[in-house]
Design a protein around this ligand. Structure first.
Ligand code: NAP
Length: 307
């Protein structure tokens, strides 16, 4: 029986691991399907304190992992399917054929990129449809591409893609970006980026090899439609929290984010804590996720000493 199991290897998970490891709780981390979390798909992180010259997302996550394992955290590369509370108050976690048991659990599973829900989406992933410019941008040199969305992610992706693509269309459903001013200004000043305002994508159009050829744009003002030729679509319209596997041990808000007790990381189930993007629809920053990971570790530690 583990003292604490941490599910997830993003900023929240690793910070919880560093704190619980240093408290001699020998935490077990269950990695999830994307070891290192969302920062492994970004480029330079300029706003994580302590890195005045910026740091690449994957490197930051590698360093967090090193820091956690240095103090005795262990990692199993599995994905948890379900969590159950047992009669003695402990937890059983199923991951494929494996079962893990723990006195406390910290859920730090983050969120996954949202897609539009168009019919041929699944077949197109990897064939001109992606949500990761860092992963796939370099495959689309000297061809037109588009980014869907108007937030910081969309702007960051669009800016990054100008290194490769001949042209980057930024398709947004309104005529004003949601992104922070610094990001919006950077994007709007970039000559390679052409904003396509008041528009949504209603169809992904393919060539005879089944690869992305163009998108059908639909005006959000008058419903008129037109085609825009692009070889790759980068979707950046927000995220869906990875919370479904926890079942009714937690309450969720309307968008699937885990509800915590006010000002805490505790959930409605004693001994079960939630930290980072899986529970935070408001800040969603690396540093706030790390802060919540720390808070969850301190709460788990306190729970263990009181029970
Ligand atoms: P976001 O801020 O929620 O923006 C999502 C964007 O997608 C919005 O512009 C939204 O349009 C649009 N959208 C949502 N659903 C859509 C749909 N079905 N069809 C078309 N468009 C849709 O998400 P995000 O950009 O991923 O950012 C998440 C958080 O991370 C934010 O707090 C952001 O500041 C932060 N972040 C920070 C950095 C950085 O500081 N370097 C980088 C990336 C992200 P509307 O505007 O009309 O709602």
């Amino acid at each position: 029986m583990e003292e604490v199991i941490i599910i997830g290897t993003g900023c929240a998970g690793y910070t919880a691991a560093i704190y619980t490891a240093r408290a001699n709780l020998s935490p077990l981390i269950l990695s999830g399907t994307q070891p290192g979390g969302q920062l492994t798909t970004t480029t330079e992180v300029e706003n994580f304190p302590g890195h005045p010259d910026g740091i690449m997302g994957p490197e930051l996550m590698q360093r967090m992992e090193q820091q956690a394992t240095k103090f005795g955290a262990r990692i199993e590369y599995v994905s948890v399917d379900s969590v159950q509370k047992l009669d003695d108050g402990s937890f059983a976690l199923k991951a494929g054929e494996k079962t893990f048991e723990a006195k406390t659990v910290i859920v730090a599973t983050g969120a996954a990129p949202r897609h539009l829900g168009l019919p041929n989406e699944k077949e197109l992933i990897g064939r001109g449809l992606t949500s990761c410019a860092t992963c796939d941008g370099a495959f689309y040199r000297d061809v037109p591409v588009c980014v869907i969305g108007g937030g910081d992610s969309a702007c960051e992706e669009a800016d990054f893609l100008t290194r490769f693509a001949s042209k980057v269309y930024l398709i947004h459903r309104r005529d004003e970006l949601r992104a922070s001013k610094i990001m919006a200004d950077r994007v709007l000043a970039n000559e390679k980026i052409e904003p396509v305002w008041n528009s949504g994508v209603s169809e992904y159009l393919t060539n005879d090899k089944g690869e992305m050829r163009a998108v059908k744009l639909k005006s959000t003002l008058d419903g008129s439609e037109k085609e825009l030729e692009v070889e790759c679509v980068f979707v950046a319209i927000g995220h869906i929290p990875n919370s479904a596997f926890v079942g009714d041990l937690v309450d969720l808000d309307d968008n699937g984010y885990i509800l915590q007790k006010p000002g805490r990381t505790a959930t409605k189930t004693p001994g079960l804590f939630a930290a980072g993007d899986v529970a935070d629809h408001y800040y969603r920053q690396a540093i706030t996720a790390a802060g919540q990971g720390c808070a969850a570790a301190l709460e788990a530690e306190r729970y263990l000493s009181e029970n």
